[in-house]
Design a protein. Structure first.
Ligand code: SF4
Length: 352
């Protein structure tokens, strides 16, 4: 019998045909999703994958999406930079951003002729909410002659006021590149004070930082990491640079979500903990079943607004289209494109 989604649409039941259509996805996910849960997810996955073809749509999924999204329906997976680049390259007419609002705005900025949908328009970000375009204009008045380097976790309006964007993958390279281009030894870096502090330790360029924080990564503590090490001898600790500097000091490796995944793929540690949003461990564990993951769970409530049901509804109803004013978009695009010119790293094609 068909079910009805919360959005009021018909959802096919878990039939042998749905089981067959989603068998490959389940094979990838069996390590992290119990078999008893699959009949709940599979009808959504089958319906979304069929609709994507009909509507010439692609789904860009951030590394913090749940495993059923990441391994079940995503066409491209990655961190902010990888997804931004993919948005610019795709031939699809419709982009569904399985991530938070600033990511969907970035996709729209880079692909103004495409329809960009976000499954839940309330999927925000504490960093993006911490700074406005007016704040950036005031900073530029206060520090004339210094470039503004802006983390991509910001609104289109803030990007438009900035000189260049960066991500946690490329922040050091971007800071050094723009300082060289402007002939200065100091830059303004917004909005993440911890990312700025962690970048400052890797470069001679002096950094004026804003006071924004990621509400997920600021909660990790150095004592917590020491406790992981004490109770899991030999564990490898990977941490995201949005964590406080004392947390980074306790880690074996610090890098963006993409860099952390790369570390696991290259080094195959026997036991690892990823000090970041907790869905990422599930996604990487599905890919590397031979690696044991210790899983602290700090969830991002904004990322978790994106569900299979919301993605299906967005595609069925072509709803929650993201638009950006054309003047803001062209100025913001210039900041993003300056960043893309500094560093490039291709997104990984999601498994079929
Ligand atoms: S994990 Fe942190 S930086 Fe990422 S969307 Fe959530 S609040 Fe924003």
């Amino acid at each position: 019998m068909d079910r009805v989604t919360a959005a009021g649409s018909q959802l096919p039941a878990y039939t042998p045909a749905v089981a067959e259509a989603t068998r490959e996805a389940y094979d990838r996910l069996a390590h992290v999703i119990p078999a008893i849960e699959w009949p709940v997810h599979a009808p959504y996955i089958a319906a979304i994958n069929a609709l994507k073809k009909q509507k010439n749509a692609v789904i860009l999924a951030h590394n913090y999406m749940t495993p059923q999204i990441y391994h079940g329906v995503a066409d491209f997976v990655g961190d902010s930079l990888q997804l931004a680049r993919e948005a610019a390259k795709t031939d699809a007419k419709v982009i569904v951003q399985a991530g938070v609002h600033f990511m969907a705005e970035t996709a729209k900025i880079l692909s103004p002729d495409k329809t960009v949908l976000i499954p839940d328009p309330l999927a925000g970000c504490s960093l993006a909410a911490s700074v406005t375009g007016a704040d950036v204009r005031l900073l530029k008045q206060k520090y004339p002659g210094l470039p503004v380097v802006t983390y991509v976790n910001t609104s289109a309006e803030v990007k438009a006021e900035s000189d260049i964007c960066c991500t946690s993958s490329n922040a050091v390279a971007v800071v050094e590149d723009i300082a060289r281009a402007w002939g200065v030894d100091q830059v303004i870096m917004i909005p993440d004070e911890y990312l700025a502090a962690n970048v400052a330790r890797q470069t001679a360029i002096r950094i004026i930082a804003w006071k924004g924080r990621c509400e997920v990564h600021e909660r990790f503590t150095a004592a917590e990491l020491r406790a992981y090490r004490a109770s899991n001898p030999g564990i490898v600790i990977l941490a995201h640079p949005e964590c406080p500097p004392e947390v980074i000091d306790e880690a074996d490796f610090a890098g963006s979500t993409a860099a952390m995944i790369g570390y696991v793929g290259t080094h195959r540690p026997a036991r690892v903990v990823m000090v970041t949003e907790c869905s990422m461990s599930d996604n990487v564990a599905a890919e590397y079943p031979d690696v044991e993951f210790v899983r602290p769970c700090n969830l991002c409530p904004h990322m978790k607004r994106i569900t299979l049901e919301a993605i299906l509804s967005a595609l069925q109803n072509m709803e929650h289209e993201v638009t950006v004013d054309s003047t803001i978009a062209s100025r913001a695009r210039a900041s993003v494109e300056r960043m893309l010119a500094v560093t490039t790293r291709p997104a990984r094609q999601a498994a079929a």
